[in-house]
Design a protein around this ligand. Structure first.
Ligand SMILES: Nc1ncnc2c1ncn2[C@@H]1O[C@H](COP(=O)(O)OP(=O)(O)OP(=O)(O)O)[C@@H](O)[C@H]1O
Ligand SMILES: [Mg+2]
Length: 297
């Protein structure tokens, strides 16, 4: 080693890099003791694959996930990225999700569909073993990431998805170094801007419908607002029209929540009429009733 060179450990520390297999990270953000383990394990791959170089702070702890502001690796040509990291309790309890889950394939971490005749996995899911819960959890996350990918490529209003691991999604960060974008329910829009932004939201709803999907948790608290633009987030509950008998109802609920917010901003739209209109225009498949023995995720 040349005299003037810093020791490798110091360089890695400065980079905020992983110090080797199973090693500790150095991040600007100091996680609390209870979050440290799962946070660092969940974002390790983002460091190793050179997507991020540091975790700078926690943006918000949601019900199911916490979102962290990260310094992007220069190769991304972005300054900041948002890492959505699921809480560990997701491994222990399945959410009350049967209505959304109906008709969805189980997706493995590599995005491949888990075959219905894969007895080991299907049994584990049915019995809700620890392994089964993990498979279910990963499936949610892969659905979320896939949907974001499709929607972003199709021109939807959402943060650009960057990468995913079995427990975290990395995406474009909306906001600046001081603060993350507020959600729509935290801001007031005039009726004019409101009408424009409602159209943007509805365009994204249409893009989803065209792909046979419904968001399932759309509301003003899952829409970010920044520099007069909106970005829809939080896609794990996305429902499949073709195989989910509740899809029409889920769409209407989504639109009702969105319209309630925009009505409070002086933009009146009839959610029911909108749902009917969009459904007849875009929903190509009406699902057959499901047979009882179909174990569906
Ligand atoms: N790309 C992003 N850029 C900036 N902030 C974000 C981003 N994604 C999410 N957030 C913030 O993190 C919060 C939680 O994200 P998200 O809604 O995806 O997770 P969640 O756990 O399902 O949340 P909740 O249960 O509160 O709905 C959002 O309300 C938003 O404030
Ligand atoms: Mg949310």
């Amino acid at each position: 080693m040349h005299k003037h060179e810093k020791p490798r450990s110091e360089i890695l520390e400065e980079l905020g890099e992983v110090t080797g297999e199973g090693g500790a990270f150095v991040t600007t953000y100091h996680p609390s003791r209870h979050e440290e383990g799962w946070l660092l394990e969940s974002v390790r791959a983002f460091f190793e694959e050179a997507w991020i170089v540091d975790v700078l702070g926690r943006v918000r702890g949601g019900k199911e996930a916490s979102v962290y502001r990260c310094a992007a690796h220069p190769r991304t040509a972005l300054a900041l990225l948002a890492a959505k990291v699921y809480r560990p309790h997701m491994f222990r309890s399945l959410r009350n999700d049967a209505m959304y889950r109906e008709g969805r394939e189980v997706l493995a971490e590599d995005g491949k569909i888990v075959k219905k005749n894969d007895d080991r996995v299907m049994r584990a899911l049915g019995k809700k073993t620890a392994y089964g819960l993990q498979v279910a959890h990963t499936s949610w996350l892969v659905h979320e990431f896939r949907t974001m990918r499709y929607l972003y490529d199709a021109g939807g209003a959402l943060p650009r998805p960057i990468a995913a691991t079995s427990n975290a999604i990395l995406m474009e960060y909306v906001g600046d170094a001081q603060r993350a974008a507020p959600t729509l329910n935290e801001v007031s829009l005039g009726p004019r801007e409101g009408a424009e932004l409602l159209d943007v939201v509805l365009d994204t709803v249409r893009l989803l419908l065209r792909q046979g999907l419904v968001h399932g948790d759309l509301s003003a608290s899952n829409i970010l607002y920044w520099q007069r633009e909106v970005a829809i987030i939080d896609f794990p509950q996305v429902a499949t029209i073709e195989r989910n008998r509740s899809a029409r109802r889920i769409l209407e609920c989504d639109l009702q929540r969105v319209c309630a917010y925009f009505a409070s901003q002086g933009v009146e739209r009839d959610a029911e009429a909108l749902a009917e209109d969009l459904w007849t225009q875009y929903a190509r498949h009406v699902p057959e009733p499901l047979v009882a023995d179909e174990a569906i995720w």
